[in-house]
Design a protein around this ligand. Sequence first.
Ligand code: R1P
Length: 404
Amino acid sequence: MYLSEHKKAMGPTSACSDILGGRIRVNLVVSPSRSAHRRPRLVTRAQVDKAEDHAVAVIGRHKPVYKNANFPTDAEGRTYHLGTKEGEVASRILSVGSVSRAQLLSNLLDPPTPGRPLFQRTSSRGFLTITGRYEGVPVSIVSTHMGQPNMDFVVRENRAVIRGQMAIVRLGTCGAVQRPAKLGDLLIAAHGSIAIRRDPDYWTLLDGHESLLHKRNGASSNGAANGTTAATNGSSAAALYGGFTGRKPYVTSLPVTANQQLAALLAAEAARVVGPDRVVEGLNASADSFYSSQGRTGSDFDDRNEGLLADLVAAHPDLVSLEMETFQLLDLARCSKGSIKAIGMCVALAERYSNAFLEYHKLEELEISGGTAALRALVRVPLDGPSEAEADVLKERQVQYVWT
Ligand code: R1P
């Protein structure tokens, strides 16, 4: 469903936010109390294809035919998870976590021309892509959802449908790990990002979990169930798999760097929007869990993470933010053979050192501030266009661009 229709369906709902003297109307939330006829219509993919007005969501398992198992695309060239094709995604992408943030920030785009609404597509996996222009330059806003695997889909599948160099800015939310980062600040991963991973082998070796060894030793299922097979205790596992000494429950990677040109542009634009005292540049850490590998403690699981945050800060004095996607973005950009410039910036939603959490009603304005800075940086960063050979191929294929 296009945005204008989305707004019609939602009705004039939520708050207006003032930013930079401009008034931005935000239509975000479908209240559960709204009458059924106002809720977005759910249709099957077959109905979407026939419908004149695109639907807000796609349900069901009907999928087109995919032929290439190595990198599946359908007959139209649409990618498997994001569902977009060449011409629908701009080379400058703002990646945000949630669908509602993507919809909110689409209000910052140049107003669409009459009869030509912003391009919007929701894939069967729930990835939303909105394409339009910002300050006249084509940009896309993509909801990336949570975690490194989802960022992997977004970077790789967008790379596949865009020719020439790309720029990707992530605008997320995060925990502020230490001062000077504080609630509501914009934290920029200018020093790059490390990854933090919970290492399940730590528990395997510690507790002597047996399944792996049973398989190796050819144990019968009965033996495995009864734990009677030889060499199935933790020390045997440790002997086989490298020993327990020095093993830690959480593994951190070396840092990957961010694009410094984009980082400088983003820092300057963020300072212009919110003021320099509310922008902090430093190192980010992306964890593979919101809980254990971000040092959140609880009694339901044996997580052994009580000292994790202190260890991270001691090892990385410039660490400012803790979230779940930036590392994957920077890592893929680093491996993109020079074809992707990337940076991450997050609104500090929590202070991990004081345990404070931002009042949620303040988030929307901060998202708009961060989104404004990110879009400004995105349209200013220089990018190489497609090579001559690629341009020829595009011409031959007569690709239609949704922003023209
Ligand atoms: C966890 O609540 C989610 O919020 C943060 C984390 O990285 C994770 O995705 O970012 P987003 O607000 O962009 O989703």
